[in-house]
Design a protein around this ligand. Structure first.
Ligand SMILES: [Zn+2]
Ligand SMILES: [Zn+2]
Length: 120
């Protein structure tokens, strides 16, 4: 377990090797609920569900890919920009999208991986 200070200002949450996930409360608090910012509930729910996806093995993080859809340039993330597991879901890049959009869902490829892994 890495107990070091996480220094990337864009990262709102991080999953540690399938064992636990951390949400950075203050960061989420500072970036939601204000004018021009997404609602706090929506933002927290999105990041929490995204981290849950990592804990469940997405993408290619313990759950074997049924179809190749890993965004290898961004680690264990989905290549579909409309998917909850797209890398931007855990960075501040999601803010603009969430102001008008709804919480992203797992796309077909990610759902297939979860099913194959014994998930939902
Ligand atoms: Zn992620
Ligand atoms: Zn996906």
């Amino acid at each position: 377990m890495n107990n070091g200070v996480y220094t990337d200002n864009h990262v709102l949450g991080v999953a540690y090797k399938n064992t636990s996930a951390a949400l950075f409360g203050k960061k989420l608090h500072d970036n939601s609920g204000g004018i021009g910012q997404p609602g706090r509930t929506k933002l927290v729910a999105t990041v929490a569900e995204h981290e849950m996806g990592h804990l469940l093995g997405l993408v290619n993080l313990g759950s074997p890919m049924q179809t190749g859809h890993q965004d290898t340039a961004h680690g264990s993330h989905c290549s579909n920009s409309n998917c909850l597991m797209y890398y931007a879901s855990e960075t501040s890049d999601i803010f603009g999208f969430l102001i008008t959009g709804s919480i992203p869902a797992f796309d077909a490829n990610c759902r297939a991986d979860l099913r194959a892994n014994g998930g939902q």
